[in-house]
Structures are given as C-alpha cells and as structure tokens.
Design a protein around this ligand. Structure first.
Ligand code: NAP
Ligand code: ZN
Ligand code: ZN
Length: 348
C-alpha cells in the first residue's frame, strides 16, 4: 500500500482536517501521480457538506489534479516517470456500455466512478480525491498536460475547464454567436474564456457589481447585473446560448427569457434546491434546456490540448492546504478570483 497525507471531512458539519490513508499498490495499467496542485470546485463544498445527499465519509475532496508521474504499472503505455499529468472528476467506469465505448464515460450506464465520494468498481473501497499528496489511477483517466502552461492554472481545467468546454462544443458555439454566461465563479470564468476563444460575442451575467472589470479582463464583451430587471428585460430573446454556472438556488426563468429562437440554456450549475421551469417560457422561441456533466476522456484531452495551443489557463489564487476551511467560506460569499488552487507542497 502507498501511504498518503490528506485533508478530509468526517461529517457534513465538520471542518476539513488532516487525515492519513493508503492508496492501493499499482495495478498493471495504473499510474502513481505525485500531486502538485489541486483545485477547489464548488462541488467539493456541496459534497463535503452533503448538500446533494448520500455523501460518504471520511471524504477527501478534490477532482482538479495536476502532478508528476512517479511510477507506472507494467502495461502502462501513455506515461513514463517524470511526465506532467492530470486527473479529473472520474477515475473509472464500466468500460463496456455504449457511452463508455464512445469515450463518454461520464454517462456510463452503470455510473462512472467519481474521483471521490463514491465507491470504486470493487463496491467496497471509498475513492478519495485530490486534497492529498499522491493518487493512483488507471491511465485511461489520466491526461497529458503541457509543461508550457502554468500548472497551478491548469488544475482547474480538469473540472471547471472541461465542464464548460464540453457543452459549448455540443452547442456548436462559433464565430458571431451571442453567448451569455451566468455566474462568475470557477466554471463561469472558464466559460467566458472558451466562448471568447470560439469566436462568440460574450455577455457576463453576474449578481456581483464588483466583478464587472474582471469580466471584461477575462474577455467578456458586456457585463450585466442579473439582478437588474430592466437590463435583463432589454436583452430578452437575444441570445443563442446561455450557460448557467450558478452554484446557489435560483430559477431558470430569468435566463430562459434571454434565449432567441431555438436558443439553448446549457445547465452545469448544481444548486441544492430544484429550480422551477415554466413551460410557457420553454415553448416560446422553441427554447431548450440541456444539462451537461463534465466531459469524456477523449474530449478532456482535446480540451487540454486546445488550452495549450491557445494559452488558456484558469485565473487562480494559490493557497496552502491549511487554508481550506476559509476558502470554502469565501466561496460561499462569491469571493473567489476565480479558482482556489491548493499548493500540495504545503502538505508534504
Ligand atoms: P463558484 O466558483 O462558487 O461560482 C459560482 C458563482 O455562481 C458565484 O461566484 C456567483 O457568481 C454565482 N452565484 C452563486 N449563488 C448564486 C445565486 N443564488 N444566484 C445567482 N448567482 C449565484 O462555483 P463553481 O465551482 O464555478 O461551480 C458552479 C456550479 O457548477 C456548482 O453548483 C457546482 O457544483 C457545479 N458543477 C457542475 C459540474 C457538472 O459536471 N455539471 C461540474 C463542476 C461543477 P456571481 O458573483 O457572478 O453572481
Ligand atoms: Zn468540479
Ligand atoms: Zn459504462
């Protein structure tokens, strides 16, 4: 077994605190990654506090992982010792159903194996995530990362990046499209960068007036306060796509109304409570609501390569592991610019 240091939640109400556990010895297709940086996703907080129900404890969150390969199993072909690599939101799946065969493992019909807060395929071991010094993972779910990029800024690409890249690609966002992004947090700021890189005219919809300047620096062409009813009314029926990356409870209505004919509301935000949807707003303009979960292994590598080519990384605030509980509180106050990333050297 491989002993690792970590931070874990022991219950929905406990603070995250130091925790030790063992990773499995390497199987033939496994890679051992020494973790350099681990991003903090709002999903970590939702799950550590059991906001979606069914959380398993002890829980080591973290699914935005970047590190160095330090050992490989006998049959590993993708990696060698010293390679820079990443691990995201999943670490395994059934591998034989149709979505798995087409590399959309996140939609595995048996359920994907999450990086944490779930059982591994043996149905006994609780998977533990990236707030830890090392991780063991089958090479299919480990990605090649370019050394050209700032690695702290790469970590969030493994969840915030792919989760926004995938639906924008699915919606065929292209030059001249009018795209709005709701919620300027970790996911939202990546959505702005990607939509701009895909050639869209991008409007940031935010509840925080203080983020206007940052939104423009991120590349957004316009900034509108989603709490300003008059400004929202003026924009009705004018967007091809609205990407909803909001973490808190909200109704879809205010974003749906913005969609033009055949417009798409791309939902990635996962608040605790279920939003209401008025069917009259849906039939108007033949609007649709499309949910999207992270992205598959092939698309995740494609997104990382796209980022290396276009020099795209997340804007990050690097913190030591010991700051995690304060970081969670700041995330709840919408005070993240625009992703916390843990420097794992602080735990070694
Ligand atoms: P985050 O960094 O905390 O950002 C969320 C942003 O949403 C906030 O900064 C805030 O932006 C806005 N917001 C929060 N509460 C709001 C409310 N009640 N009404 C309107 N806006 C509100 O969170 P994140 O890490 O980007 O994650 C966003 C959501 O996506 C979370 O629910 C997370 O669980 C989910 N997620 C889904 C997937 C997937 O596969 N679909 C993957 C990862 C994460 P402003 O200050 O600009 O208003
Ligand atoms: Zn995430
Ligand atoms: Zn499957």
């Amino acid at each position: 077994m491989i002993p690792v240091k970590a931070y874990a939640a022991q219950s929905p109400t406990s603070l995250l605190a130091p925790f030790h556990f063992d990773r499995r010895d390497l199987r033939e297709y496994d890679v051992l990654v020494d973790i350099l940086f681990s991003g903090i996703c709002h999903s970590d907080l939702h799950q550590a506090r059991d906001e979606w129900g069914g959380s398993l404890y002890p829980m080591v969150p973290g699914h935005e992982i970047v590190g160095k390969v330090i050992r490989t199993g006998e049959k590993v072909t993708k990696f060698k010792t010293g390679d820079t690599s990443g691990v995201g939101v999943m670490i395994d799946s059934c591998r034989v159903c149709n979505p798995c065969k087409s590399y959309m493992e996140q939609y595995c019909q048996e359920g994907m194996t999450g990086t944490y807060n779930g059982y591994e395929r043996d149905k006994v071991t609780i998977a533990q995530g990236g707030y830890s010094t090392q991780i063991v993972c089958d090479e299919r779910w480990v990605y090649q990362v370019s050394d050209k990029l700032n690695l702290a800024g790469v970590a969030p690409l493994l969840c915030a990046g792919i989760t926004t890249y995938s639906p924008l690609k699915y919606a065929n966002v292209a030059t001249g499209d009018k795209v709005a992004v709701a919620g300027l947090g970790g996911l939202g700021h990546m959505a702005v960068k990607f939509a701009v890189a895909m050639g869209a005219e991008v409007t940031m919809l935010s509840t925080s007036p203080s983020k206007a300047k940052d939104a423009r620096e991120l590349g957004a062409h316009h900034f509108v306060l989603s709490t300003d009813e008059g400004a929202m009314e003026k924009m009705k029926s004018s967007f091809d796509v609205v990407l909803d990356a909001v973490s808190g409870n909200h109704d879809y209505e205010i974003y749906l109304k913005l969609l033009n004919v055949s417009g798409k509301l791309l939902v990635v935000g996962l608040p605790k409570d279920e939003p209401k949807v008025n069917p009259f707003e849906l039939i108007k303009n033949r609007r649709s609501i499309i949910g999207s979960m992270i992205g598959g292994t092939v698309e995740t590598q494609e997104m990382l390569d796209f980022c290396a080519e276009k020099n795209i990384t997340a804007d990050v605030e690097v913190i030591p592991m010991q700051y995690i509980n304060e970081a969670y509180e700041r995330m709840l106050k919408n005070d993240v610019k625009y992703r916390f990333v843990i420097d794992m050297a602080s735990l070694k």
